[in-house]
Design a protein around this ligand. Structure first.
Ligand code: ADP
Ligand code: MG
Length: 231
Protein backbone atom coordinates (compact mmCIF):
# COMPACT_ATOMS: atom_id res chain seq x y z
CA UNK A 1 0.00 0.00 0.00
CA UNK A 2 1.27 3.44 -0.87
CA UNK A 3 0.89 6.39 1.43
CA UNK A 4 -1.61 8.04 -0.87
CA UNK A 5 -3.70 4.99 -1.67
CA UNK A 6 -7.40 5.53 -1.28
CA UNK A 7 -9.23 3.60 1.38
CA UNK A 8 -11.50 1.97 -1.20
CA UNK A 9 -11.04 1.79 -4.95
CA UNK A 10 -13.47 0.22 -7.40
CA UNK A 11 -12.49 -0.04 -11.07
CA UNK A 12 -14.96 -1.17 -13.76
CA UNK A 13 -16.94 -3.16 -11.24
CA UNK A 14 -19.95 -5.10 -12.50
CA UNK A 15 -22.18 -7.48 -10.61
CA UNK A 16 -24.42 -9.94 -12.36
CA UNK A 17 -26.81 -12.18 -10.47
CA UNK A 18 -27.68 -15.37 -12.27
CA UNK A 19 -30.69 -16.39 -10.21
CA UNK A 20 -33.48 -16.68 -11.11
CA UNK A 21 -32.59 -14.99 -14.39
CA UNK A 22 -29.45 -13.12 -15.39
CA UNK A 23 -29.64 -9.62 -13.98
CA UNK A 24 -27.02 -6.90 -13.93
CA UNK A 25 -27.20 -5.21 -10.53
CA UNK A 26 -24.07 -3.06 -11.05
CA UNK A 27 -22.63 -1.91 -14.34
CA UNK A 28 -19.04 -0.73 -14.82
CA UNK A 29 -18.82 1.23 -11.57
CA UNK A 30 -15.74 3.27 -10.69
CA UNK A 31 -15.43 4.75 -7.21
CA UNK A 32 -12.74 6.13 -4.92
CA UNK A 33 -13.32 6.77 -1.23
CA UNK A 34 -10.60 8.38 0.87
CA UNK A 35 -9.96 8.17 4.61
CA UNK A 36 -12.33 10.23 6.69
CA UNK A 37 -14.87 10.91 3.95
CA UNK A 38 -18.58 10.87 4.79
CA UNK A 39 -20.64 9.63 1.86
CA UNK A 40 -24.38 9.28 1.32
CA UNK A 41 -25.57 6.77 -1.27
CA UNK A 42 -29.04 7.53 -2.59
CA UNK A 43 -31.26 6.03 -5.28
CA UNK A 44 -34.54 4.21 -5.80
CA UNK A 45 -35.24 0.75 -4.42
CA UNK A 46 -33.61 -1.96 -6.53
CA UNK A 47 -31.01 0.40 -8.04
CA UNK A 48 -28.04 -1.53 -6.60
CA UNK A 49 -27.18 0.39 -3.43
CA UNK A 50 -26.94 -2.62 -1.11
CA UNK A 51 -25.04 -4.56 -3.77
CA UNK A 52 -22.58 -1.67 -4.03
CA UNK A 53 -22.05 -1.57 -0.24
CA UNK A 54 -21.53 -5.34 -0.13
CA UNK A 55 -18.78 -5.09 -2.72
CA UNK A 56 -17.18 -2.00 -1.15
CA UNK A 57 -17.10 -3.88 2.17
CA UNK A 58 -15.72 -7.13 0.76
CA UNK A 59 -18.86 -9.11 1.65
CA UNK A 60 -19.35 -10.03 -1.98
CA UNK A 61 -16.98 -10.37 -4.90
CA UNK A 62 -17.96 -8.65 -8.14
CA UNK A 63 -18.51 -10.60 -11.36
CA UNK A 64 -15.85 -8.42 -12.99
CA UNK A 65 -13.68 -5.44 -12.14
CA UNK A 66 -11.21 -4.67 -9.36
CA UNK A 67 -11.77 -3.89 -5.68
CA UNK A 68 -8.94 -2.57 -3.54
CA UNK A 69 -9.18 -2.03 0.19
CA UNK A 70 -6.29 -0.01 1.65
CA UNK A 71 -4.44 -0.60 -1.60
CA UNK A 72 -4.84 -4.38 -1.44
CA UNK A 73 -6.48 -6.17 -4.37
CA UNK A 74 -9.23 -8.29 -2.80
CA UNK A 75 -9.28 -10.66 -5.80
CA UNK A 76 -5.77 -11.78 -4.79
CA UNK A 77 -6.94 -12.77 -1.29
CA UNK A 78 -8.68 -15.94 -0.13
CA UNK A 79 -12.13 -15.68 1.42
CA UNK A 80 -10.54 -16.11 4.87
CA UNK A 81 -8.05 -13.32 4.18
CA UNK A 82 -10.84 -11.02 3.01
CA UNK A 83 -12.80 -11.87 6.17
CA UNK A 84 -9.78 -10.96 8.30
CA UNK A 85 -9.31 -7.67 6.46
CA UNK A 86 -13.00 -6.93 7.04
CA UNK A 87 -12.80 -7.69 10.76
CA UNK A 88 -9.93 -5.26 11.22
CA UNK A 89 -10.93 -2.45 8.90
CA UNK A 90 -14.68 -2.35 8.36
CA UNK A 91 -17.75 -1.99 10.55
CA UNK A 92 -21.15 -2.92 9.16
CA UNK A 93 -24.63 -1.78 10.05
CA UNK A 94 -26.72 -4.05 7.83
CA UNK A 95 -30.26 -5.23 8.46
CA UNK A 96 -29.14 -8.81 7.95
CA UNK A 97 -26.54 -8.67 10.76
CA UNK A 98 -28.69 -9.48 13.76
CA UNK A 99 -28.09 -9.04 17.45
CA UNK A 100 -27.82 -12.14 19.63
CA UNK A 101 -30.94 -11.99 21.78
CA UNK A 102 -29.77 -13.98 24.81
CA UNK A 103 -26.53 -12.02 25.23
CA UNK A 104 -26.13 -8.78 27.12
CA UNK A 105 -25.74 -5.45 25.38
CA UNK A 106 -22.04 -5.46 26.29
CA UNK A 107 -21.40 -8.97 24.95
CA UNK A 108 -23.21 -8.20 21.70
CA UNK A 109 -20.94 -5.22 21.11
CA UNK A 110 -17.84 -7.22 22.09
CA UNK A 111 -18.61 -9.77 19.33
CA UNK A 112 -17.53 -7.06 16.90
CA UNK A 113 -13.96 -7.87 18.01
CA UNK A 114 -14.20 -11.67 17.99
CA UNK A 115 -12.10 -12.23 14.87
CA UNK A 116 -9.47 -9.59 15.47
CA UNK A 117 -7.25 -11.40 17.98
CA UNK A 118 -8.13 -8.95 20.78
CA UNK A 119 -8.30 -10.63 24.23
CA UNK A 120 -11.65 -11.05 25.98
CA UNK A 121 -10.93 -8.49 28.69
CA UNK A 122 -9.86 -5.89 26.13
CA UNK A 123 -12.90 -6.72 24.00
CA UNK A 124 -15.17 -5.86 26.94
CA UNK A 125 -13.33 -2.63 27.66
CA UNK A 126 -13.57 -1.58 24.04
CA UNK A 127 -17.27 -2.50 24.04
CA UNK A 128 -17.85 -0.26 27.08
CA UNK A 129 -16.19 2.64 25.31
CA UNK A 130 -18.22 2.05 22.13
CA UNK A 131 -21.48 1.92 24.11
CA UNK A 132 -20.60 5.21 25.77
CA UNK A 133 -20.07 6.74 22.32
CA UNK A 134 -23.66 5.88 21.30
CA UNK A 135 -25.16 6.98 24.62
CA UNK A 136 -25.92 3.49 25.97
CA UNK A 137 -23.26 3.33 28.66
CA UNK A 138 -25.72 2.53 31.43
CA UNK A 139 -27.49 -0.38 29.68
CA UNK A 140 -24.54 -2.71 29.22
CA UNK A 141 -25.67 -5.59 31.47
CA UNK A 142 -29.18 -5.74 30.01
CA UNK A 143 -30.26 -8.36 27.48
CA UNK A 144 -30.78 -6.85 24.06
CA UNK A 145 -34.26 -8.43 24.03
CA UNK A 146 -35.35 -5.79 26.56
CA UNK A 147 -34.38 -2.82 24.44
CA UNK A 148 -36.49 -0.63 22.18
CA UNK A 149 -35.97 -0.60 18.42
CA UNK A 150 -33.96 2.60 18.55
CA UNK A 151 -31.79 1.32 21.39
CA UNK A 152 -31.16 -1.90 19.48
CA UNK A 153 -29.99 0.11 16.50
CA UNK A 154 -27.56 1.92 18.78
CA UNK A 155 -26.18 -1.42 19.94
CA UNK A 156 -25.69 -2.40 16.30
CA UNK A 157 -23.88 0.90 15.72
CA UNK A 158 -21.67 0.33 18.77
CA UNK A 159 -20.81 -3.18 17.54
CA UNK A 160 -19.92 -1.78 14.11
CA UNK A 161 -17.65 0.83 15.69
CA UNK A 162 -16.05 -1.24 18.44
CA UNK A 163 -12.98 -2.19 16.39
CA UNK A 164 -12.48 1.49 15.47
CA UNK A 165 -12.70 0.57 11.78
CA UNK A 166 -11.26 2.59 8.93
CA UNK A 167 -14.60 2.32 7.16
CA UNK A 168 -18.13 2.25 8.54
CA UNK A 169 -20.78 0.95 6.14
CA UNK A 170 -24.40 1.62 7.02
CA UNK A 171 -27.39 0.39 5.00
CA UNK A 172 -30.55 2.43 5.61
CA UNK A 173 -30.20 3.20 9.32
CA UNK A 174 -33.21 5.39 9.94
CA UNK A 175 -35.93 2.74 9.58
CA UNK A 176 -35.18 1.34 13.02
CA UNK A 177 -34.07 4.47 14.76
CA UNK A 178 -37.41 5.35 16.31
CA UNK A 179 -37.89 9.03 17.01
CA UNK A 180 -34.33 9.89 15.98
CA UNK A 181 -34.07 12.69 13.47
CA UNK A 182 -31.70 12.57 10.54
CA UNK A 183 -29.41 14.98 12.31
CA UNK A 184 -29.26 12.69 15.35
CA UNK A 185 -28.30 9.76 13.15
CA UNK A 186 -25.47 11.72 11.60
CA UNK A 187 -24.35 12.89 15.03
CA UNK A 188 -24.27 9.28 16.20
CA UNK A 189 -22.25 8.18 13.19
CA UNK A 190 -19.82 11.05 13.66
CA UNK A 191 -19.42 10.10 17.33
CA UNK A 192 -18.65 6.52 16.38
CA UNK A 193 -16.22 7.27 13.65
CA UNK A 194 -12.78 8.45 14.57
CA UNK A 195 -11.15 11.27 12.62
CA UNK A 196 -9.73 8.81 10.08
CA UNK A 197 -12.85 6.71 9.70
CA UNK A 198 -14.77 6.97 6.44
CA UNK A 199 -18.55 6.57 6.65
CA UNK A 200 -20.73 5.37 3.77
CA UNK A 201 -24.47 5.46 4.40
CA UNK A 202 -27.34 4.32 2.18
CA UNK A 203 -30.27 6.49 3.13
CA UNK A 204 -33.67 7.64 1.91
CA UNK A 205 -33.70 10.44 4.46
CA UNK A 206 -32.84 13.80 2.87
CA UNK A 207 -31.81 15.10 6.30
CA UNK A 208 -29.21 12.33 6.64
CA UNK A 209 -27.98 12.65 3.05
CA UNK A 210 -27.80 16.43 3.36
CA UNK A 211 -25.66 16.22 6.48
CA UNK A 212 -22.93 14.14 4.82
CA UNK A 213 -20.17 15.79 2.83
CA UNK A 214 -20.51 13.78 -0.38
CA UNK A 215 -23.52 12.34 -2.14
CA UNK A 216 -23.53 9.54 -4.70
CA UNK A 217 -26.69 8.76 -6.69
CA UNK A 218 -27.21 5.25 -8.04
CA UNK A 219 -29.73 4.37 -10.74
CA UNK A 220 -30.16 1.03 -12.55
CA UNK A 221 -26.78 -0.20 -11.35
CA UNK A 222 -24.81 2.86 -12.34
CA UNK A 223 -23.46 5.87 -10.49
CA UNK A 224 -25.34 8.67 -12.21
CA UNK A 225 -24.23 11.51 -9.97
CA UNK A 226 -21.38 12.08 -7.54
CA UNK A 227 -20.78 15.41 -5.83
CA UNK A 228 -17.18 14.26 -5.31
CA UNK A 229 -14.86 15.00 -2.48
CA UNK A 230 -15.29 18.40 -1.00
CA UNK A 231 -12.35 20.77 -1.30
P1 ADP B 1 -31.13 -1.47 -3.46
O1 ADP B 1 -30.32 -1.69 -2.22
O2 ADP B 1 -30.78 -0.22 -4.19
O3 ADP B 1 -32.60 -1.55 -3.19
P2 ADP B 1 -30.03 -4.03 -4.26
O4 ADP B 1 -28.57 -3.81 -4.42
O5 ADP B 1 -30.48 -4.72 -3.04
O6 ADP B 1 -30.80 -2.64 -4.49
O7 ADP B 1 -30.55 -4.88 -5.50
C1 ADP B 1 -30.32 -4.47 -6.85
C2 ADP B 1 -30.98 -5.47 -7.77
O8 ADP B 1 -30.30 -6.73 -7.69
C3 ADP B 1 -32.44 -5.75 -7.42
O9 ADP B 1 -33.18 -5.87 -8.61
C4 ADP B 1 -32.38 -7.06 -6.67
O10 ADP B 1 -33.56 -7.79 -6.84
C5 ADP B 1 -31.20 -7.75 -7.33
N1 ADP B 1 -30.52 -8.64 -6.38
C6 ADP B 1 -29.92 -8.27 -5.22
N2 ADP B 1 -29.35 -9.32 -4.60
C7 ADP B 1 -29.63 -10.41 -5.40
C8 ADP B 1 -29.34 -11.81 -5.32
N3 ADP B 1 -28.62 -12.30 -4.30
N4 ADP B 1 -29.79 -12.61 -6.32
C9 ADP B 1 -30.49 -12.11 -7.36
N5 ADP B 1 -30.80 -10.80 -7.50
C10 ADP B 1 -30.38 -9.96 -6.53
MG1 MG C 1 -30.88 -1.96 -0.25
Amino acid sequence: MTAHADLVELDHVSMEYRTPVAFTALRDVGLRIASGETVAVVGPSGSGKTTLLGIVGGLERPTSGAVRLLGEDLAALSDAQVAAARAHSIGFVFQRFHLIEHLSVLDNVATGLLYTGVRARDRRNAARAALARVGLGRRETERVGHLSGGERQRVVLARAGVAEPRLLIVDEPTGNLDSATGGAVVELLAGLAGPGTAVVVVTHDPAVAGALARRIAVHDGEIVDDTGRPG
